[in-house]
Every structure is written in C-alpha cells, then in structure tokens.
Design a protein around this ligand. Sequence first.
Ligand code: MRU
Length: 365
Amino acid sequence: MQIDGKDYRSIWFETQTSCVRIIDQRWLPHEFRIVELRDPDDFAAAIADMQVRGAPLIGATAAWGVAMQMVPDPSDSSLQQTIALLLSTRPTAVNLQWALDDMRELLEPVSERERARIAFERAKQICDEDVECNRRIGVHGVEIIRELAAEKPAGQPVNILTHCNAGWLATVDRGTATSPIYQAHEENIPVRVYIDETRPRNQGAHITAFEMKQQGIAHRLIVDNAGGHLMQRGEVDMVITGTDRTAANGDVCNKIGTYLKALAARDNGIPFYVALPSGTIDWTIDNGISDIPIEHRDGEEVTKVQGRLDDGTVARVQICPDETPAVNPAFDVTPAHLVTGLITERGICEASKEGLAGLFPEHIG
Ligand code: MRU
C-alpha cells in the first residue's frame, strides 16, 4: 500500500545493503523510520519489541531471520538456534510457528551449500503468498460489504468497526481485516471505518488510522468503550477483525478487547466477521479458550501511553499513580459461536470445525 503516495511493503530485502528492511511501527504515525535487520538478534528484537507486529508479518519476519542467518552460517546448529530464538519472541500468533516450521522442513534435508539460496527463495515466496492470500480475502470479503451497501440508501456508507490493526502493516501488504475495506473502496462502494483505539498499545489509533488516512478511506477514531453504544444506535453495520490464532473449532484469538466487541455485536444483531489467511489457523487446537497461549506483556504498556507532545516530540506519559500494579494480557479469545463467519483466502465459512473442514479438507483427518 502507499505512504505519501509511494508504494511500500512492510518488509523487504534491500539488495544494495544486503539486509532486510522494515518500517519501525513503534513510532507511527508520528515518525516514519526504516530499520535494517541483519542477524538473528536483530530479527528477534524486532518481533519481541514490536517494531514489527501482526500475526502474518511476524511470520514473514521470522522467515527472513532464518534466511539471513543461512548466509554466514548454514550449519544445522545455526539453523536450530535461530529457529529456537525466533520462536521464543512472542507466543500467541501461530504464524510465527507456521513460518519457522516451514523453513525448518525445507532446509533440514538440503545441503549446507544450498541452504542460503533456498531459504531466500522461500522467505520471498512466503511474503508474496501472504500478499496474494490477503488480496483473495478482500475479493471474498467485499461481497459482504456489497450486500450491506445494497440495503442502504444510495451513497450512504457501510459502517465497519475494526479493532487493533489488521491492516497492511500487520501483514506484508493489503492486510486481512482491511483487505475487504480496500477492495470496497477501490470498487467505489462507500465505507466508513470506526477504529477502536485499542489500548494498551493503541494500534488502532497509531496504525489503522494512519493506514486509512494514507489510502483516503473515511474513518473515525473511537475509544475502545464507544463501540457498544454506537452499535445500539445503529451506527455500525458490521465488525471485521483479524486474528493471531484461530483454533480448528473456529474460536478466534485476537487483540485484547475483541471478545467484548463480539459480545456487543451479538447483543445488537450485528455481523461479526474475522479475516484470516489459513496460516493463522492452528489445526492442532480444538478449543481456543483453553489451549491458545495468551501473551502477557509488561505492565508499563498499561500504566503509560505514548503520543506526540505539542512541541512535536514523541513521548510516553504515565497515567496512574506511581507503582500502580498492572495486568496486561495482550489477547483474548472470542468463542466461535459469536463469530458470524471467517473470511479466508478460499472463501467465507462458518466458524466451526465443519466450516473450516469444508474449505480446507486437507487438514482434517
Ligand atoms: O500485538 P499485535 O499488535 O501483534 O496484535 C495484532 C493483532 O491482534 C491483529 O489484529 C492480528 O495479528 C491480526 S493481523 C492481520
């Protein structure tokens, strides 16, 4: 997608400097910083410190981390250590495990001489596949928006609420939850996006609002607590979120607060959709509520907020008394029965074992 009219992906290999480049998302929207990653520690820190974030982008970054390390040291021990290091960075997004398993299965059987070349090809391919999956999610998801638009007076926007950032910066490009929105915008279907700020790290305020502004899509930032009220007033037509891990039974793990939005949507008869590439499905888990590991992050993310001061500097300020203890679960699980449908690269299905099996029969058995 574009930033100030220039096309970007969220991660790319820079041939001139032989390194991987990312957009450091910790400073958006106030500062646009590009960072270079070279060795496994750079990649691990980028994921753990959330310079990159969002399930698909975490997976792509890990794949590049393995590929880059195969240049100076393609040995078995280097491969295993790099994978173990990257896997330890964040526990919830299953795309990380998926990408690292994929790299391991591909590289283990090949000779050390071949590993760097093959790893580079696969890392590039993982990125391209993510973009294509997201494009298809948009093509399927826009059908729901088109139907909602047809029920409205001509020219009235379809109001879509989203939580956290499942936009192009959470993926390699295009995004998951945002892909149907971009598709609708490109097809001149009027849309307006209600963006939850998404405390504690405010990915909605910092990143989704930035993305929507850059693409010229109508949007309104709301505090996390406003969604239920807007739904009661008929100001939300649908909810679309992303997911960090979806269990084989259709339970959806996503950024903390997603569950509350699903409850409010159900109470108000508003469709609640989740957009995901199949790499986000954990086929080994049948109960998302009990079995998906939930990341707990530093309490400082709760006690402090980051923003831009009037003098232009980006700063963090404390919002509670000194030494207030905080609890910071980063994700929650929305049970499948609250999810209207899953929008995948193969189409839209019910959030259930049967629904997923219909689209992905090769994983059942
Ligand atoms: O902690 P984050 O910012 O990595 O959490 C990201 C989310 O929860 C996204 O909504 C999710 O990964 C879907 S990304 C397409």
